[in-house]
Design a protein around this ligand. Structure first.
Ligand code: SAM
Length: 292
């Protein structure tokens, strides 16, 4: 019986057979740790009717295990040199469709309509190319389509920022932006030794449950994020100073801002990193109400 693609022996054989020199510029670090892949697939909670979108299948290590449990897998791979590898090594899985494209260029609404996915249960699973982690995440979170769950491997440092809670060093505008949209959880820390070639950083698997949409009562996301970005702009400065820079240092503005701080019972020394999302929402609302 053949080894799974992720098995280190088979991975090496495939890389040699097709003379693949992994491209750093495309973030090509291939998983060759079957245990890690099993845990990713588990976190994705894939049922037999689920459809999976995979970004960057590489040589197919994760794709193969997804194909075993999902109804169908659409795998988007940018590097056309990998197409023959995928075609041959995934030949046994008729439910895999490889699409040669830059995932960021995919109009997901159009893709869903074309493939009749609007009413299906869709999950996204990927060992992401790290140079485009946040653009891909935003492409998914802002897509006007219904996705159930994302399970994404990324740099550990980014994973920590996405999932950080108030009063933690990594808590910032990115944590707030993502957590207002979805529940975020780190499900696995993955050492660099799980990849070939090994990256310079450790990784983490993050799951996003898009069926649990938090409701903070944010009416104007753009305005809210403007405030959030301003208060986290200089993390070492206190909130008061960051806000004064946002609204402008006139006497009238200072008085109005003082009233807001009084209402919230905040001292000037409060720092953005101490504020929960609910606090930030209250602040944005008061700033908006006073036309600051
Ligand atoms: N899934 C494989 C695995 O786990 O071993 C490979 C993961 S590797 C970290 C990232 C993959 O994404 C590479 O195969 C790379 O060619 C591909 N890729 C890079 N940029 C991409 C993009 N914009 N759209 C689609 N795929 C991309």
């Amino acid at each position: 019986e053949k080894f799974d693609i992720a098995d280190p022996v088979r991975t090496r054989a495939i890389l040699e057979k097709y003379r693949i020199r992994p491209k750093k510029s495309l973030g090509q670090n291939f998983l060759n740790a079957p245990v890690v892949i099993d845990q990713i697939v588990d976190s994705a909670q894939i049922g037999s009717t689920d459809i999976v979108l995979e970004i960057g299948p590489g040589i197919g290590a994760l794709t193969q295990q997804l194909a075993k449990v999902a109804h169908k897998v659409f795998a988007f791979e940018l590097d056309q040199n990998l197409l023959p590898v995928l075609q041959e090594n995934l030949a046994d899985y008729s439910n895999v469709q490889v699409i040669n494209a830059d995932f960021l260029q995919i109009d997901l609404r159009q893709f869903f309509t074309k493939n009749d996915l609007q009413t299906k249960s869709i999950k996204v699973v990927a060992n992401l190319p790290y140079y485009v982690t946040t653009p891909i995440l935003w492409h998914l979170l802002n897509a006007q389509v219904s996705l159930q769950r994302l399970v994404l491997m990324m740099q550990k440092e980014v994973a920590e920022r996405l999932s950080a809670q108030p009063n933690h060093r990594e808590y910032g505008a990115l944590s707030v932006a993502v957590q207002t949209k979805t529940e975020v959880e780190i499900t696995q820390i993955v050492p660099r030794s799980a990849f070939v070639p090994q990256p310079n950083v450790d990784s983490a698997v993050v799951s996003f449950d898009l069926t649990k949409k938090p409701d903070y009562g944010i009416q104007d996301t753009e305005l809210f994020m403007k405030v959030v970005n301003a208060v986290f702009k200089q993390k070492r400065k206190n909130l008061w100073n960051n806000l004064i820079n946002l609204v402008g240092k006139t006497t009238a503005n200072k008085e109005q801002l003082q009233e807001i701080f009084d209402q919230l019972q905040w001292l000037h020394q409060v720092r953005a990193e101490q504020l929960s999302i609910a606090d930030l929402v209250k602040l944005a609302k008061l700033l908006h109400a006073t036309n600051l």
